[in-house]
Ligand binder design. Structure first.
Ligand code: FAD
Length: 446
């Protein structure tokens, strides 16, 4: 992407992960970018309690960072996770590597450190200014609530990168220019911490993403550079067995001893964390169109503001970063005409985002239920055998999503074709394997 002749003044709303990276991309094209962020500068303010402390960064996100020269800086503190470590209620841990050679890894990184690195990079890019404590309250004209009162602003183009609860999206909705649907899961999440061990080292293997699949609930843990792990417990909001059902310290302890026995000794602050940390919501945001021509100029949506997804494929931020690459590309193609580029961005990107939204929902079932089942484990072994036998021709969905930049919709279609071919040649064989798996499962239960 090269600088272009007539710079546009772009207001990016939201200096989260997507907004800060987008500012870098746009300013590199020669545009004048002002980023408006509701929060105070996170580089100087204290972190909020219980807001997803780390996240898994994989190839799509890394590819976007590479394009603005940020991948090395960001990956310095990353902890590579080469597979899943399954924790059964009792019995042995089971490590399932992500790729056949065991080399490929997704990266646990601190959300705060990543956001700060992106803010530093944006602030250091000529043409970017970042304004904190500015909460968008009006779009046409642009109005922000600030500690000093209302502030008005102007821009040629506005891009909403203000997350799942996007105010820009809300404004477009209010103007009757777009539609939206938000599907919340019955599940919420709560973050808990596994402390460093007595010797100051990691209390579990830091080279894995840990999963406690329990059917109706699930917990995962990702390592942090300070040798702790952040656990995320996914559980229904209400009901007899739910996030709301543990009313006393004794009930919390009792539940964890029964369902997650191996973590209780590793969580010295379990009761306090459980009681104080907030419950997060999980949902899928669908809206359209992602852009509109307003009297004030073109307005677009990007990242979670356009398409928040559930976190079970670890792709939300990766997808938002990939959005920036796609928008950069369509700006190339349209000679930086935002009025043409924003609809083209949507045309290019919508099917991919729908595909990952669905895959993320489906992966929840896989993670909370299937990873523990012998049939699933057998299936993964067969998949790895096929990948070895047909290198480059049979590639698993997980591998294509996490370790490639193949567009998500192509991943979905390719995996469907692979399964069809498999089905055609091996209905009988697979049926046999299914029966074998079921027999193994039965045998284990006995
Ligand atoms: P956000 O990160 O939400 O940023 C939006 C920004 O806009 C914020 O800074 C906010 O303060 C600001 N803002 C909001 N309203 C206004 C306003 N009115 N005016 C001005 N500013 C405003 N993704 C992954 O890739 N890998 C993972 O492992 C992963 N794990 C996750 C785990 C959990 C539990 C959750 C909930 C999400 C996870 N995600 C993960 C998804 C990821 O967090 C999001 O996709 C990502 O943060 C989206 O970035 P964003 O910049 O679009 O939105």
């Amino acid at each position: 992407s090269q600088a272009h002749s007539s710079p546009t003044h772009v207001a990016v709303v939201g200096a989260g992960l997507t907004g800060s990276l987008l500012a870098c991309f746009l300013a590199r094209r020669g545009h004048q970018v002002t980023v408006y962020e509701r929060r105070p500068d996170p580089r100087t303010a204290a972190a909020e309690r219980g807001r997803s402390i780390n996240l898994a960064l994989s190839e799509r996100g890394i590819d976007a960072l590479r394009r603005v020269g940020l991948h090395e800086r960001v990956l310095v503190d990353a902890l590579p996770m080469h597979g899943r470590m399954i924790h059964p209620v009792d019995g042995e841990l089971d490590f399932q590597q992500y790729s056949i050679d065991g080399q490929r890894a997704i990266n646990s990184i601190s959300r705060g450190a990543l956001n700060n690195a992106l803010l530093d990079a944006a602030a250091a890019t000529p043409g970017v200014s970042i304004v904190f404590e500015h909460r968008l309250t009006g779009l046409d004209p642009l109005v922000f609530a600030t500690p000093a009162g209302e502030a008005k602003a102007s821009a040629d183009v506005v891009i909403g990168a203000d997350g799942a609860g996007s105010a820009v999206r809300g404004q477009l909705l209010g103007m009757g220019l777009i539609d939206e649907s938000v599907d919340f899961l019955d599940y919420g999440y709560k973050e808990l911490t596994i402390a460093a061990g007595p010797d100051g080292d990691f209390a579990m293997d830091p080279g894995a993403l840990h999963i406690w699949p329990r059917g109706t609930s699930m917990m995962i843990a990702l390592p942090n550079p300070d040798r702790t792990f952040t656990c995320t417990l996914f559980w229904p909001h209400g009901g007899t067995s739910s996030l709301a059902s543990l009313g006393s310290p004794a009930a919390i302890e009792r539940h964890f001893r029964a369902v997650y026995p191996d973590v209780v000794p590793l969580m010295p602050n379990l009761v306090e964390d459980y009681r104080l940390n907030p419950v997060g919501l999980l949902g899928t945001v669908r809206c359209g169109p992602w852009q509109a021509a307003t009297p004030g100029g073109p307005v677009g949506l990007i990242g979670d503001a356009a398409h928040a997804i559930v976190p079970f494929y670890g792709q939300g931020a990766n997808c938002g970063f990939e959005d920036c690459v796609v928008l950069d590309r369509v700006l190339d193609e349209t000679g930086d005409d935002f009025a043409a580029a924003l609809p083209l961005f949507e045309a290019r990107r919508r099917e991919d985002v729908e595909a990952i939204a669905t895959m993320a929902l489906n992966n929840f079932v896989e993670m909370r239920d299937k990873v523990a089942s012998p049939v699933f484990q057998l299936g993964k072994k067969i998949e790895h055998a096929l990948e070895r036998a047909l290198p480059g021709r049979y590639v698993s969905r997980y591998e294509l999503v996490s370790f490639s930049t193949t567009p998500y919709a192509q991943v979905r279609d390719r995996v469907r074709r692979q399964h069809q071919v498999l089905g055609a040649v091996g209905v009988l064989a697979l049926g046999g394997l299914g029966a074998l798996g079921a027999a193994v499962a039965k045998g284990r239960r006995r």
